[in-house]
Design a protein around this ligand. Structure first.
Ligand code: F6R
Length: 364
């Protein structure tokens, strides 16, 4: 049932404020002041490092979480795609927690990577949407994301719910490891509780996303740039776009631009820059100006403050509400999804069932 939507993808995109809220309700105590993990939980004070493994969109959730765990909880994290991890057979030292992220819980490479870690990692944790799945069953600690059934092949609400749960986990780790004060912890939880409402506001600009997407649909190739927490989001934006609109898209960390991809810049290739007005904003803007100086067309995704400061001369700017910088990956997933969705509509592709793709990849 598409609940009045033309596609499951748009229904699932629109459900995000609700399902993020469901995920928060599941993990927060009644007062909303603490994070409670199911079962025996995980004592992060006994963990020295973490490896996070997944495929596709779920691997970008892991990459985002690496920034959170390292910056908020002071916990070193390695991230890898499952197909590389499993055959590289990396050493797993004592004190390692291995964490697997999967919407379906059945992805063959991710499951094989989990089995490789059995008996080696101190704890096997999974962040899964389908509770009764192989990955869930074979974990010491299975953390549900409460996104509800996801039918559209391109993952949307599962991604933002994965991020929500991973951020809660990073905050939990930070508290256990003494890396965050009680005051900052309370502050972050209150920002998180406000997120579904803010996410709702972001939909008010849907018409702008649609208009911009129509212009993206004319491109042969699109470049996505982001720095820090926006780098994994740039990767996700490029993946979403190529999956459903079949437009070639690539993502780079903004700072990598001058190490090669800047050679691609011309009038024809739109460059999507994801840059909330955070501590790295000026750095990203200077990369953006390098693109513009070479005649590149920039689509800047930012907040009001960012647009005021750096919106001059850009091809298009898309505005999102201001949020606590820690939450930007969850909010900025929305433009990544909507741009891909509306571009695909403009191109007339099969949004829910893109060619050559399967919802669950159970063979390697
Ligand atoms: C992208 C997408 C895929 C999946 C990947 C992992 O939109 O859906 O990249 O994220 O195949 O699938 P799960 O999360 O089921 O392990």
């Amino acid at each position: 049932d598409k609940a009045g939507h033309k596609h499951f993808m748009s229904k699932e995109i629109s459900e995000q404020p609700m399902v993020i809220s469901n995920a928060l309700n599941f993990y927060l105590n009644k007062e909303g002041t603490d994070i409670v993990l199911p079962g025996k939980g995980l004592d992060f004070s006994k963990i020295d490092r973490m490896v996070m493994v997944a495929c596709g969109t779920a691997s970008y959730a892991c990459l985002t979480a690496k920034y959170w765990f390292e910056q908020i909880a002071n916990l070193p994290v390695e991230v890898d795609v499952a197909s590389e991890f499993r055959y590289r057979e990396p050493p797993i030292e004592p004190g390692t927690a291995a964490l697997f992220v999967s919407q379906s819980g059945e992805t063959a490479d991710t499951l094989a990577a989990l089995r490789y870690c059995e008996g080696k990692a101190d704890k096997i944790v999974s962040v899964v949407n389908v509770d009764e799945s192989s990955i869930s069953r074979e974990s010491d600690l299975a953390l549900p994301i409460h996104a509800g059934t996801e039918i559209g092949v391109a993952s949307t609400k599962a991604f933002t719910c994965q991020l929500t749960v991973l951020l809660l986990l990073a905050l939990k780790a930070a508290r256990a490891r003494g890396a965050i004060s009680a005051e900052d912890f309370a502050d972050k939880l209150s920002s998180l509780r406000a997120l579904p409402g803010i996410f709702n506001h972001a939909f008010e600009n849907n018409a702008d996303f649609k208009k911009s997407a129509r212009r993206l649909a004319e491109a042969e190739s699109v470049l996505f740039l982001g720095r820090g927490l926006m780098y994994p989001l740039a990767l996700e934006g490029a993946l979403k776009l190529k999956e459903i609109s079949y437009i070639h898209a690539e993502a780079y960390a903004s700072g990598e631009l001058k190490h090669g991809p800047i050679a691609l810049i011309d009038k024809k290739m739109p460059v999507v820059v994801m840059a909330p007005r955070d501590g790295l904003f000026d750095k990203t803007v200077s990369n953006m100006q390098e693109v513009m100086a070479r005649g590149g067309k920039v689509m800047l995704i930012t907040d009001t403050a960012g647009a005021e400061e750096a919106g001059d001369g850009v091809w298009q700017s898309l505005i999102l509400p201001q949020v606590d910088p820690i939450l930007t990956p969850i909010l900025y997933a929305l433009p990544a999804q909507l741009l891909a969705y509306h571009t695909a509509i403009a191109k007339g592709t099969d949004v829910d069932q893109p060619r050559n793709l399967a919802k669950s990849v159970t063979v390697e």
